[in-house]
Design a protein around this ligand. Structure first.
Ligand SMILES: [Zn+2]
Length: 322
């Protein structure tokens, strides 16, 4: 029997760790997940992960030829194979590659989750034919992966591509990084809710969400209200798009990408976010670039985005080293 060539994609997230086998066409097999427990050691997490993997893989192993392992994790360093100072995982410094080698005798590569997502778009999603683009993950945080000439930009220390922590408002909102006015505090799931509250207190406009108590309001509710025509909720998306569009006008000046791809979280808003983002990006962009940069929604199957991204890290390495 011809065994299917696959790589194993592992995505370590703040609340869950998911994995799956992915072939070169982006088909996902035996995907599964385990909870990521707060305050658990990375060693214990890998032990549980391997147990779960073995359980689902054991009966199927004759179907696949496993070529490598790709791992996406927050604050991961591609060069060193480490996760450093991850507030999402409560890990200070862990060498993930050394840890994973105990279980998988295969080439292993690790990168931060946003970089993995960018490679996922390039291998399997809307960026298949692109060599220069930016991928933004707009969920709890603002993740960004930058692709230049077909390769992820890792920078001198492996941490390049922190667009979410560029300051867009002097003395603006407090950010988890300890500074003020970062893009992430405006353009993320939490940022949208903060904007909604600010507008609620400033504008004399009624909103269907007024009946909810403050701790009940989340980005999904604001999105649903906006889709139903709630003016205040729509304004919250317009402001979010304005901040994002202005920031992207600067990013374009540095990198001249073909496209900016939005995924997860706020990307679910579609045109509610895309339209103001496009408008303000064009309005603030150097005329040299105007009308050239597309803003697109992710082309990856929802639910498998993280696994596809992590697996793409491994596929990218295999193809590069051929
Ligand atoms: Zn910040």
């Amino acid at each position: 029997m011809n065994r299917k060539k696959v790589t194993l994609g592992i995505e370590i997230g703040g609340t869950q760790t998911s994995f799956g086998l992915v072939d070169i066409s982006g088909n996902c097999y035996i995907e599964s997940k385990i909870p990521t427990k707060a305050n658990e050691s990375p060693e214990a997490l890998f032990e549980r992960l391997y147990k779960k993997f073995n359980k689902v893989y054991k009966g199927e192993s004759n179907k696949y030829e496993l070529l490598g392992v790709g791992i996406g994790a927050p604050s991961a360093n591609y060069y060193k194979g480490t996760v450093e100072y991850s507030s999402n995982l409560n890990w200070i410094y862990v060498n993930i590659i050394d840890l994973a080698k105990k279980y998988f005798d295969l080439p292993i590569v690790i990168a931060n989750d946003a970089n993995a997502a960018a490679l996922g778009e390039m291998k399997f999603g809307v960026a298949k034919k692109m060599k220069n683009f930016i991928q933004l993950t707009l969920s709890r945080g603002f993740g960004s992966g930058i692709v230049v000439d077909g390769n992820i930009v890792y920078g001198s220390d492996g941490f390049a591509g922190e667009i979410g922590h560029t300051i867009v408002e002097k003395n603006g909102r407090s950010c988890g990084c300890g500074r003020k006015g970062c893009l992430e505090t405006y353009v993320s799931v939490g940022g949208l809710v903060r904007t909604y509250y600010e507008l609620l207190s400033k504008i004399n406009e009624t909103s269907v969400l007024k009946e909810f108590s403050p701790n009940q309001i989340n980005a999904d509710l604001v999105l649903r209200a906006a889709k139903n025509g709630d003016k205040l909720a729509i304004s919250a998306f317009e402001y979010t798009g304005q901040i994002l569009g202005e920031a992207l006008a600067n990013v374009v000046a540095y990198l001249s990408p073909e496209a900016v791809i939005l995924s997860e979280g706020l990307a679910a808003a579609g045109d509610l976010l895309l339209n103001p983002t496009k408008h303000h990006m064009e309005k603030n962009m150097l005329n040299l670039f105007q009308g050239k940069v597309e803003i697109l929604l992710s082309g990856l199957v929802k639910g498998n985005v993280a696994i596809l991204g992590a697996s793409a890290l491994s596929w990218h390495n295999i193809q590069k080293n051929k």
